[in-house]
Design a protein around this ligand. Structure first.
Ligand code: CMC
Length: 390
């Protein structure tokens, strides 16, 4: 029998020009740029253009691309109706996002077109709708009317405007841009792999993206930042009640979790054996944001929680080199931006869809069906027993 690569660990699927991860030294390259060079400086629109066209846009190209996105923000009536029904049923946000994106097939003006140009137009339409779906559903869930998108705001600023009904301060928008840029692409993660598997059958882009949303939802992938934020909130509350330090409360919290064999969200990674470089980039952005908005107490407490978790993980899982991952700092920056933990995973999707699109296009160009094999470990030679005799 062939050797099994369980979880496809260390299996190289294909080549990509989109991102490179070195898990031993903690390095991430996005389309040729070290993450720390790109994420704090670029707008999300520039990063999308870079991923989709393999170069930064000039001023005219950026204007055209930005207009293409902003012209596609309003939701079709059917999408809004689906979101309203989902809200009545209090469905989780990721489910509503998946259902909302699926309805966009109804308004695809060129459903049969499969050229690169048509797929780029489709990609812009899909991606432009993500923030509107997430923000509208968030408001519907909270008994508020959705806010009509504004075409004069950036992708990042308009999303926050649609959530809160207020145009965000520049420092907040910058934090959001840096976050979106940081998580846009990350090698062959589970949701990207899902998208590529679907695209490899020559299925359509919307199907591939809907599948990827389902994959991102899980707590081992994109579902971790909400619980990571809740952990920090809970430990701070315990410290406030008991009068003990955040570090002491965090130590007890971690011990209880690890003794009962639970995982601590925001720590550990399949590829990184050192600190996730995305955590470093977001860490810098978070610090800057809290300095500007006056939340340094929270930031310092969160750092104390992080240190306690790392110590406990080293104690209970020695030698495994479990370090802080992107989701811990995602939790901090999105909290600093003023968002609630329930919306963190869909916000991750608002960014990652940019990477999914680029990978789907690469997969279409490669045109190779992804189809691994399995070793059979079931029974042989069973004899058919009629229903009446079972
Ligand atoms: N807390 C406690 N134990 C952990 C953790 C953690 N956060 N991460 C790994 N371990 C343990 C795990 O229990 C196992 O221990 P043992 O061998 O004693 O059973 C060992 O480390 C190896 O775990 P693994 O499952 O082989 O590692 P993996 O590569 O499959 O898992 C992971 C990677 C991200 C799923 C895992 O670290 C995890 O569950 N972390 C918490 C959830 C989380 O933060 N997810 C976001 C990931 S980053 C976002 C992204 O890039 O998608």
């Amino acid at each position: 029998m062939a050797e099994i690569a369980r979880g496809l660990r260390n299996v190289v699927l294909t080549e990509t020009r989109l991102s490179m991860i070195d898990g031993e030294v903690g390095k991430l390259i996005i389309a040729g740029f070290p993450l720390e060079e790109l994420a704090p400086h670029a707008t999300f629109e520039e990063v999308l253009y870079l991923l989709w066209h393999d170069r930064l846009p000039n001023a005219d190209e950026l204007t055209t691309f930005t207009q293409q996105l902003s012209a596609n923000r309003s939701l079709p009536e059917t999408t809004l109706t689906v979101l309203q029904v989902a809200a009545q049923n209090k469905l989780p946000l990721m489910d509503a996002l998946r259902m909302g994106v699926d309805t966009l097939s109804l308004v695809d003006p060129e459903p049969e077109a499969t050229s690169i140009e048509a797929n780029l137009r489709r990609a812009s339409r899909l991606l432009a709708h993500f923030p509107t779906i997430v923000a509208s559903y968030w408001r519907l869930l909270h008994g508020q009317e959705p806010v009509t998108p504004r075409s004069d705001l950036s992708h990042a600023a308009n999303f926050l405007y649609m959530v809160n009904g207020q145009v965000p301060e520049p420092a907040i928008t910058r934090g959001m841009e840096t976050y979106l840029n940081t998580v846009v692409d990350h090698g062959m993660n589970a949701s990207t792999f899902t998208a590529r598997v679907i695209a490899s059958t020559r299925s359509d882009m919307t199907s591939a993206i809907v599948g990827a949303i389902g994959s991102l939802k899980g707590p081992l992938h994109g579902g971790a930042p909400g619980p990571a934020a809740d952990m920090v909130f809970e430990i701070r509350e315990r410290a406030a009640r008991s009068g003990r330090s955040v570090a002491e409360e965090a130590k007890d919290w971690a011990t209880a979790k690890l003794q009962s064999k639970e995982r601590i969200m925001g720590f550990g990674h399949r590829v990184y054996r050192v600190r996730d470089p995305r955590a470093d980039v977001l860490g810098g952005a978070v610090r800057q944001l809290f300095q500007q908005t006056g939340g340094l107490d929270f930031y310092n407490d969160a750092r104390a929680v992080e240190d306690a978790m790392l110590q406990a993980l080293e104690e209970y899982k020695p030698g495994l080199r479990i370090k802080t991952n992107v989701e811990f700092y995602t939790a901090l920056i999105l909290h600093g931006i003023g968002l609630e933990p329930e919306i963190f995973s869909p916000v991750f999707a608002i960014s990652r869809v940019g990477g999914w699109v680029a990978h789907i296009l690469e997969q279409y160009a490669e045109d190779e069906l992804i189809r691994p094999t399995t070793n059979y470990n079931g029974a042989y030679d069973r004899k058919w027993v009629p229903l009446a005799e079972r």
